[in-house]
Design a protein around this ligand. Structure first.
Ligand SMILES: Nc1nc2c(ncn2[C@@H]2O[C@H](COP(=O)(O)OP(=O)(O)OP(=O)(O)O)[C@@H](O)[C@H]2O)c(=O)[nH]1
Ligand SMILES: [Zn+2]
Length: 205
């Protein structure tokens, strides 16, 4: 039995190597393969390789950016504001590096500024910059927190991520609805019980 008999891209070209299979060459038009091989495939699949390549470029665009750069423009006119700044429910789509399947979730990001703040959209851009890569959720959580800490130098940073991993919810152990919650706290958000509690309450509330 041929090991490739279930391959959906199995083509007449391949069938010629296997005379026992029916030859459907005449029912399909021959098209040049983007990789230069002589192949034919259903018309609706012809553009698929190029389309997939374009969509991967978009989905993994995080490799083309340095999220630190988003945080370089800051404002100092904050009117003495010295409480936590929290941006919650930042929706993202990422991909687990084990199976390359979608990880869909939301991030809550907070920092306690010293003398300057950043435009809030930039916090969401940092999340997206790290999400649009192959990821492990724990690493993504820590990367976001460390980047904000290193560039803004605030009193503290907190990041919580809750996400569904398709590799667990649509295959494998197959537990729909399960979500992974990770957090990374730095400085006063980790060490000061009042600030930590405030972050947890506002992020989850
Ligand atoms: N800690 C952590 N684990 C993850 C993440 N994304 C995927 N995983 C897990 O990575 C593990 C990879 O395990 P393997 O045993 O190599 O892969 P597998 O045989 O496909 O495992 P199953 O998913 O259990 O079928 C799985 O347990 C996944 O659930 C993540 O962001 N963080
Ligand atoms: Zn996975």
């Amino acid at each position: 039995m041929d090991p490739h008999r279930h391959d959906p891209l199995w083509t007449p070209h391949d069938r010629r190597q296997h005379p026992r299979l029916p030859d459907r060459r005449r029912s399909r038009r021959a098209h040049p393969d983007p990789l230069g091989r002589r192949r034919s495939r259903p018309r609706r699949l012809i553009d698929t390789p190029a389309r997939v390549a374009r969509s991967y470029r978009e989905l993994f665009a995080g490799y083309e950016v340095d999220p630190r750069e988003y945080l370089e423009r800051t404002f100092q006119e904050v009117g003495g504001y010295d409480e936590l700044v929290i941006l919650k429910d930042i929706r993202f789509v990422s991909f687990c590096e084990h199976h390359m399947l979608p990880v869909v979730g939301k991030a809550h990001v907070a920092y306690l500024p010293t003398d300057r703040v950043v435009g809030i959209s930039k916090l969401a851009r940092v999340v997206r910059g790290f999400a649009r890569r192959l990821q492990i959720q724990e690493k993504m959580t820590a990367d976001i927190a460390r980047t904000i800490h290193e560039v803004l130098r605030p009193e503290g940073v907190g990041v919580i991520i809750e996400a569904e991993h398709s590799c667990m919810t649509m295959r494998g152990v197959d537990v729909p609805g399960a979500s992974l919650i990770t957090s990374h706290l730095i400085g006063v958000v980790r060490d000061d019980p009042r600030t930590r509690e405030e972050f947890m309450r506002l992020a989850r509330g």
